[in-house]
Ligand binder design. Sequence first.
Ligand code: UD1
Length: 417
Amino acid sequence: MQRLVIEGENKLTGELVCHGAKNAALPLLAGCVLAKGETALHNCPRLSDVFAACRILSCLGCDCKREADSVLVNTDGLLHFDVPDDLMREMRSSIVFLGAILGRLGKCKLSFPGGCELGPRPIDMHISALKKMGVQINEEHGVLDCSVPSGLVGTNITFSFPSVGATENVILAAATAKGTTVIHNAAREPEITDLANFLNCCGARIANAGESTIVIEGVKELHGCEYSVMPDRIVTATYMSAAAITGGELNITKVRTSDIEAVIPVFEQMGCSVYTYNDNVYINARHGLKAVKTIRTMPYPGFPTDAQATTMAALCKANGTSVIVENIFENRYRQVDELVRMGAKIKTEGKVAIIDGVKRLYGANVRATDLRGGASLVILALAAEGKTEISDIHLIDRGYEMIEKSLSSVGAKIKRV
Ligand code: UD1
């Protein structure tokens, strides 16, 4: 079992490159299923979730290989429509393959993505939207047996909540459906826009992605293309927290600064100087950290739930009391017990977390509880006295490309053992 070992209290200074976004790469890889011939996805991060998506493509019969920072997918051999249970369990977001496989093959069999690390993660919105598009679904013993005998048909879909995954599934299903699909109350996350831009590059006709009402005119078929995955806005926010908690100074490059507009003011309230120029974010936390009043996680363009845990870690060292309200997931404070082991003072009740900043944090043996919660332990350890050992780091590897390599390049003492 690998662990991360961190000797804290080193200021981070220098430049870090932001890698491609996990949450964009996964639906794009699912989207490759719809495209005839070969697709090249550049800036595709080396993450365990991306490897799992590639294994799903291989199981379906596609040829999927990596060349440097690109993944090449050829769908000429595509003939299977079932996703193995172990891959569904490994990565719950694999549910987004459902819309794509149905669009290409008219049937799909996969297991229910089951219980989850962030609390219940139902897929009712995905299912009812696809049913409206003509999909018949038989659910038995946790297996979803789906078929669409007369082909997918475009329709009007209104979500009760702007679910990212459900919006992606419907876009994928609608791209080659008969007629026009209109999604009301669609998710507006930049990863949705990236998916639409990619599919349009493959010949789809998707308008207004990034807005609440998305219009998809179904086309007969899609073809392969070359596309570059957008930068990871959550990795950027994580690096910003690393600079903040260590009183450091970082320039983060290859960032799309417009995607982090809700994150920057929080770091400014903490007392950091933040400047953006071209595809760079510069952050300087020389003057110590102040508490922030209230951070509320919200669907985009609000503050991202995925940046909640790492920002919480930075606030543990701020002067004063900060409040976080988690509005997206029911059980997203699992990192708190581990942070408290390291000297943090945090109380949670339901959606609310109250963080009393402390002057000193201590290294400890802790365990990653989920992807972003695991990253928050790394952030706290960077500012803790002594040595921290983090176990279950496979969860961190789901979303950060060799986190120890990038952080040690800017002065952190961190190694994988
Ligand atoms: C995606 C991201 C995840 C991020 C989240 C919110 C990927 C791979 N994952 O997850 O990192 O934290 O968006 O920005 O892109 N819900 C239902 N029924 C449904 C679908 C969702 O009740 O059918 C609820 C969920 O339980 C949750 C909320 O809606 O409480 C948001 O979920 P959703 O936006 O769907 O998140 P994901 O797509 O799972």
